[in-house]
Ligand binder design. Structure first.
Ligand code: MG
Length: 194
């Protein structure tokens, strides 16, 4: 399973919850599969999907939403591993981070990340996260169901193969527009206030 395949599964599973997704190929591929207003694409903000989702999950603790989802890559999480400690300490109960771990930086010619030697799932578990490891689309769906109702922070560690999807258009929308669209979705669906 490559990133695109995992994102196609996740797009179906996250139709009704806020999704904060890391930059570059992850955002582009998700937008190519389904560009929805519940998606916040963190264009050029590498390493911050988990942090933004942590803040949202804390703020939306009483909102009528079951989850706040972050989609991270291994290289991106390694840029800001502090989020594992922060969320492990603050324990936002709706936070679910999906880690798409292919062991490489997909945006820079598949250079290896430290994830080849470091187990990011075990790092999260050491910080107090509930974790599951999956490697196929079926396992991903099963783990998603199994984790329903389990309080966060939860890390779904998805082992994927390296490789970007081809012919994916660049995501050139103004981030201000994307942010406002996401804000409006939250106002409608989460009872959030500005
Ligand atoms: Mg990667």
């Amino acid at each position: 399973m490559k990133r695109f395949d995992a994102l196609a599964v996740l797009a179906e599973l996250t139709r009704d919850v806020p999704v904060v997704v890391t930059c570059a190929a992850s955002s582009r591929e998700l937008a190519a599969i389904a560009d929805r207003p519940n998606h916040l694409y963190l264009l050029d903000s590498m390493g911050l999907a988990g942090s933004v989702a942590t803040g949202l999950a804390l703020r939306l603790g009483d909102a009528p939403l079951p989850r706040v989802v972050a989609i991270e890559g291994d290289g991106s999480l390694l840029m800001n591993p502090n989020v594992l400690a922060t969320a492990g300490y603050l324990r936002p109960r709706k936070l679910l981070m999906v880690l798409l771990d292919n062991g490489v930086y997909g945006a820079t010619a598949n250079l290896p990340t430290h994830a080849g030697r470091l187990d990011l799932g075990r790092m999260a578990a050491a910080a107090g996260w509930t974790t599951r490891v999956t490697a196929t689309a079926d396992e991903l769906c099963d783990a998603w169901t199994e984790l329903e109702g389990i309080e966060g922070p939860v890390l779904l560690h998805v082992r994927i193969e390296p490789g970007n999807a081809t012919d994916i258009p660049k995501l050139l929308e103004d981030p201000v527009i994307l942010g406002r669209r996401f804000q409006d979705w939250l106002l409608t669906h989460a009872g959030a206030t500005r």
